[in-house]
Design a protein around this ligand. Sequence first.
Ligand SMILES: C=C(O[C@@H]1C=C(C(=O)O)C=C[C@H]1O)C(=O)O
Ligand SMILES: [Mg+2]
Length: 441
Amino acid sequence: MQSTNPIEALKHQLDTLNETARKGFIRLSTSCQVGNLAGWLNAQQLFPRLYWKARDAGAAEYAALGAVKAFDSLAALQADLATLADMGGEQPDYFGGTAFDPRAPEWQHFGGCHFLLPRIELKRHQGKAALSLNLRFDDRCPDAEIAQARACLAALEKEQPLPRLLSRTYQREDHPSQKEWASWVGQVTHPEHLRHTPKVVLSRETSLVTAEVPSPWALLSRWQGSATDCFHFGIQFAAQAAFIGCPPERLYKREGRHLITEALAGTIRRERDALQDQALAAELLGDKKNSLENRCVYQQLLTQLEPLSHHVHMGEAHIVKLRSVQHIRRLIDAELHREVTDQQLLGALPPTPAVGGFPRHLALAFIRQHERHQRGWYAGAFGRVSHASSELAVAIRCAHVGSETIRLYAGAGIVAGSQPDEEWHELDSKIADIMSLLGMG
Ligand SMILES: C=C(O[C@@H]1C=C(C(=O)O)C=C[C@H]1O)C(=O)O
Ligand SMILES: [Mg+2]
């Protein structure tokens, strides 16, 4: 008889798992009730904790807890995907991300690349939630694996309401300063520099220091409520090391051999008045500087996809309206060659010129030489990878939540025609949503 308590139901499935089923990857699942997945994560004791929801309306929501296995390189992740695919049977979802610059991963706990196969997974899709326990038997002692899984189940806590976001006072510091920013923009837009490097995406770290930072899960939950048409993600390695974000930009989505990606670059503010807002959208679409920002992105994506695909197709430029900004976007789709892997895609596509620049090596050299803050996972990739399908966001519009400091990141594509003050204001519009949640709007 099946118990109505999902944890008891999973324990029962684990206790009655017969010897012959102990092969490769196994997922034990049971239906459950959950109000807020971030609230469930926030109530747990285990780490790592991870949240992922893709951008499409109706996309599945995932909360992941603990790791059956973790991967610190794309090669290791791909090898595991291949191993399990060869064995057949049900295939797992892996979640995680990569740093902007694998040569400089920097952030403690995060590393250059971290993907995990979760021990416990809570998934909600089309109104139905399921709690799953993942197990591996191919590369470890079965009894130890079962004991570890049982310990994780025993450590599960009930969902709790998320704490309210209390109003706090924050001390703000920007790196670089506006003065230094202006000098960098001057260097990048110097005709000599533009000749070899037409675009550099410069970024700023805004540190907000306070006595007690809010729960990253409470913050993400509030943030995602106002960030429709965006990806929503969070990862927490330890109590004082979390990274959350609501990015509007897709790195790619792969379903079998079909790949979709996009060039999202070029920005203008929003206006409350609908007519004025439309006028701004028209201005953005017709603007030379913003069109160049977007062109650098799609040209590189097309060039990179060409050798990996049978055909690549790009749609028309259009406007994407977010809460505080609007962007130019072009959708791209491609049919991948049979042998192309996520490892290859994640090795080739990021950092796109939406967050790095063009050409990549020269833009990265400028960034490494000038930016003194650590980008870490800001402007990296974050998402879900599986044998059948994968989807990753570009990790922008994000926050690193530490012990006493919240670090917000924003970048702007600097090209011919960029004005330092306008670009600085563009950075502020890109952090406006999270700033207003923190009472700093
Ligand atoms: C780098 C960021 O965003 C990128 C830069 C944009 C721009 O400069 O117009 C727009 C969208 C993204 O391509 C960011 O939000 O941090
Ligand atoms: Mg811009």
